[in-house]
Design a protein around this ligand. Structure first.
Ligand code: AMP
Length: 417
């Protein structure tokens, strides 16, 4: 037997309905907020991510599925969506095509990580990006969309955390203060932190090693080193969130693992997910479009992990199953007429099914039950001779004869009731 690769999953019936539910709500919300869909390839040039995601990140250093293709090009299965979205925005001059570049995308991502609950090697994200708009109201709109997604999915006990990591002008001051505060303690931190201190000191805040935590807790906070503009921007974001009635708290350690973040960073944390508790995360990345060869345009966005949203769905999530009709043929003489009715129902846009291999009445009724049919139509025998079909309401158990020419309308009424 050939099995699926470690960290990858088949999404099977029984589970796939939850995915469809999450995807449907995500899509509806994005459209409601005025975001348009973009679909980019899952495979890109490796340099897009080494440059975009950043050479010093764990993703680029340890987790990318990169290889040389048969033409000799270095290519990568995308580990995240933002660099691809920026590339598409720049490559197709989307700023000239779209009045406001508010984009979303959904699809698989690939990271060679150690699999555990909520962490996989192929996973899926909803990705939301806004280009070319600087106002704090944009940050707040993006966060509001993220928060509405969690609320509309009925995920309770979620928490929004925000922070500001400043910009290229004020961050150096913060980094300096951070290294100064670390001082001799740097030697006591883990190997990863020692490396981070040289390549990207802010990421020391991402460290999860228990022994490092007391030292990291004493380090300074980025919000105390913001310049005037960044401080005003962050205050603006908080004000809008309050107006929108969204509860938030500041997490000083929220610097996020990627190189490109500026100013606002945020995450929504779930309570039921264990160690991998971030349902979604994002922030502003004002220099990235330019870094990837585009004009000087700001950017902000977030990515939500669909696996984690599915895991966090409440038991009672209203998973919409199609309300089906099931056609049952009685005897050979009923079969031809039943098949005709099946096609007629489908042509009329109704969800209908039938047992295509001739079987007895009991077996057919059992199948109707297992499929959760809302209504069953019995075709054959005396009713057929009278030009009627028997309609059985599977919820109430009530049964009645309906004139053949009125059956489609009668089914429509039952399934929409
Ligand atoms: P990131 O792109 O790392 O900021 O992640 C954004 C969101 O994607 C996270 O909050 C998770 O919900 C999800 N995510 C990231 N990495 C994984 C993974 N390996 N497996 C499943 N979900 C992930």
């Amino acid at each position: 037997m050939i099995t699926a690769l470690r960290g990858t999953h088949d999404i099977l019936p029984g589970e796939v309905e939850k995915w469809q539910h999450v995807e449907r709500i995500a899509r509806q919300l994005c459209e409601q907020y005025g975001y348009v869909e973009v679909r980019t390839p899952v495979i890109e040039r490796e340099e897009l991510f080494s440059k975009g995601t950043g050479e010093t990140t764990d993703i680029v250093q340890k987790e990318m599925y990169s290889f040389t293709d048969k033409g000799g090009d270095r290519v990568t299965l995308r580990p995240e969506a933002t660099p691809s979205m920026v590339r598409a925005y720049v490559e197709h001059n989307l700023e000239n095509v779209l009045p406001a570049a508010k984009l979303f995308s959904m699809g698989p991502m690939f990271r060679y990580e150690r699999p555990q609950k909520g962490r996989y090697r192929q996973f899926h994200q909803l990705d939301v990006e806004v280009f070319g708009m600087q106002d704090p109201a944009v940050d707040a709109e993006v966060i509001d969309l993220a928060w509405s997604l969690i609320a509309d999915l009925g995920i309770a006990q979620a928490e929004l955390v925000i922070n500001s990591v400043g910009c290229k002008d004020c961050r150096p001051m913060f980094q300096e203060a951070l290294l100064k505060a670390l001082g001799d303690d740097l030697g006591k931190l883990c190997q990863d932190c020692q490396r981070r201190a040289k390549t990207n000191p802010l990421r020391i805040y991402d460290c999860k090693v228990p022994a490092d935590q007391p030292i990291i807790d004493r380090l300074p906070h980025s919000v105390d080193y913001l310049d005037e503009k960044c401080a005003a921007h962050f205050a603006g974001v908080q004000g809008h969130l309050n107006t929108f009635g969204i509860p938030w708290r500041i997490s000083h350690r929220l610097v996020r693992g990627l190189d490109y973040y500026t100013r606002t960073t945020f995450e929504v944390l779930g309570q039921t997910l264990g160690a991998q508790n971030a349902l979604l995360g994002g922030g502003r990345y004002d220099g990235l479009v330019e870094k990837l060869g585009g004009p000087d345009r700001t950017g902000i966005g977030f990515a939500a992990g669909l696996e984690r949203l599915v895991l966090a769905l409440p038991e009672s999530a209203p998973i919409a199953a199609p309300r089906r009709a099931f056609v049952v043929a009685i005897g050979e003489e009923g079969r031809a007429e039943a098949l005709k009715l099946l096609v007629e129902l489908r042509r009329a846009g109704l969800a209908a099914q039938m047992e295509l291999e001739a079987r007895g009445l009991r077996a057919q009724m059992k199948r109707a039950d297992r499929l959760g049919a809302r209504v069953t139509l019995l075709v054959g025998g005396d009713e057929l001779a009278r030009g009627e079909v028997t309609l059985r309401d599977m919820t109430s158990g009530a049964q009645r004869a309906v004139v053949r020419s009125e059956i489609v309308q009668a089914v429509r009424e039952v399934v929409s009731s």
